[in-house]
Write a protein that binds this ligand. Structure first.
Ligand code: ATP
Ligand code: RIB
Length: 316
């Protein structure tokens, strides 16, 4: 099976469960604390691997205990970690995450070693991906590196998937190299100028991004599900009805599962359904990599929740 190369961030997540977010100057007793391996790049690599894809990760960690834990988490998930660089004198990235009782989170990131990923390291890895492979990127490593990789991967004929989170400007010429742009409603609004509040506005925002040269756009809309628009077709897949414990890594699980499914030759519609089911299951437990389900767990969950595809349409 063709490989997915993930070029992105690795963070140790410092997860604090709290009944609510404290006001300025207020001290509050929380409900729990956990260290969980995270980072958008690493989470997406783990998700793609648990979905059954062959995955290699390129990124940077510090020479510290969090760096060792990141290595171990990826290795035990089955990700090829030979592309990880350990930087002496840098700390592994950390993410301070407050999770409220509703499952909503607030995150502060200290990039640490992630900020030191070098273009030549990333491009060397891209040059080794075999035909038919995919490159998956996010915005938690230097933006110039992301853009250089997108250009190089497109020029090499690889499948390019960009999850522009957290949102940062993307030049049109880079956007035009992207095959799959996967983003949430906030990111879609920032890039398109259209506020996504439902299927109609998701279509308008995605249309604008397609006009910018992207091949296919997927907008995820939390508990509402996900919407895919290509020049030929559109699909809307509702999320499964679950009790949200922690939404951290829902978008990462979606992205990793979607790309793994595409490389396994599932069509867009089936890949969307699988990715939504996997992401819905992720929000039912705490943490990032600890909550990303295996393919087997997603299949079992889907039998119970039976996510049906609705609103599919062929655009003529
Ligand atoms: P995060 O930054 O929290 O990882 P995101 O903002 O990138 O997430 P979302 O749009 O919130 O992405 O969620 C991605 C997918 O996760 C959704 O399309 C849906 O399938 C699933 N999901 C998220 N929240 C819920 C929820 N409360 N109930 C069911 N499914 C959910
Ligand atoms: O998308 C979730 C991730 O964002 C967390 O694991 C955290 O590390 C931040 O990068």
């Amino acid at each position: 099976m063709p490989e997915i190369l993930v070029i992105g961030s690795l963070n140790m997540d410092l997860v604090v469960q709290t009944p609510r977010v404290p006001a300025a100057g207020e001290t509050l007793a929380g409900n729990g604390f956990k260290l969980v391996p995270g980072g958008k790049g690493a989470n997406q690599a783990v998700a793609a691997c648990r979905a059954g894809a062959s995955v290699k990760m390129v990124g940077c960690v510090g020479a510290d205990v969090f760096g060792d834990a990141m290595h171990e988490s990826l290795r035990s998930a089955g990700v090829d970690t030979s592309g990880l660089v350990t930087l002496k004198g840098q700390s592994t990235g950390v993410a301070d995450i407050l999770v409220e009782a509703s499952g909503e989170n607030r995150i502060i990131i200290i990039p640490g070693a992630n900020a030191w990923l070098e273009e030549q390291t990333a491009l060397a890895a891209v040059s080794k991906v075999a035909d038919g492979g995919a490159v998956l990127l996010q915005h938690e490593v230097p933006l110039a590196v992301v853009h250089a990789v997108v250009r190089a991967a497109a020029a090499a004929g690889l499948i390019v998937c960009l999850n522009p989170a957290p949102i940062l400007p993307i030049p049109l010429e880079v956007l035009a190299c992207v095959d799959y742009l996967i983003l949430n409603e906030t990111e879609a609004e920032a890039l398109s100028g259209i506020r996504v509040m439902g299927q109609d506005t998701a279509r308008q925002a995605a249309d604008k991004l397609l006009a910018g040269g992207v091949d296919k756009v997927i907008i995820t809309v939390g508990s509402t599900g996900a919407y895919l628009l290509s020049p030929e077709r559109e699909f809307y897949q509702p999320a499964c009805d679950v009790t949200a414990v922690d939404t951290t890594a829902a978008g990462d699980t979606f992205t990793g599962y979607f790309m793994a499914a595409r490389l396994q030759d599932l069509d867009d519609e089936s890949a969307l359904r699988l990715a939504v089911a996997a992401a819905s299951l992720t929000v039912t437990s705490l943490g990032a990599q600890s909550s990303i389900p295996t393919r087997q767990a997603v299949e079992l969950f889907s039998q119970v929740h039976r996510p049906e595809l609705t609103g599919q349409k062929i655009i003529l």
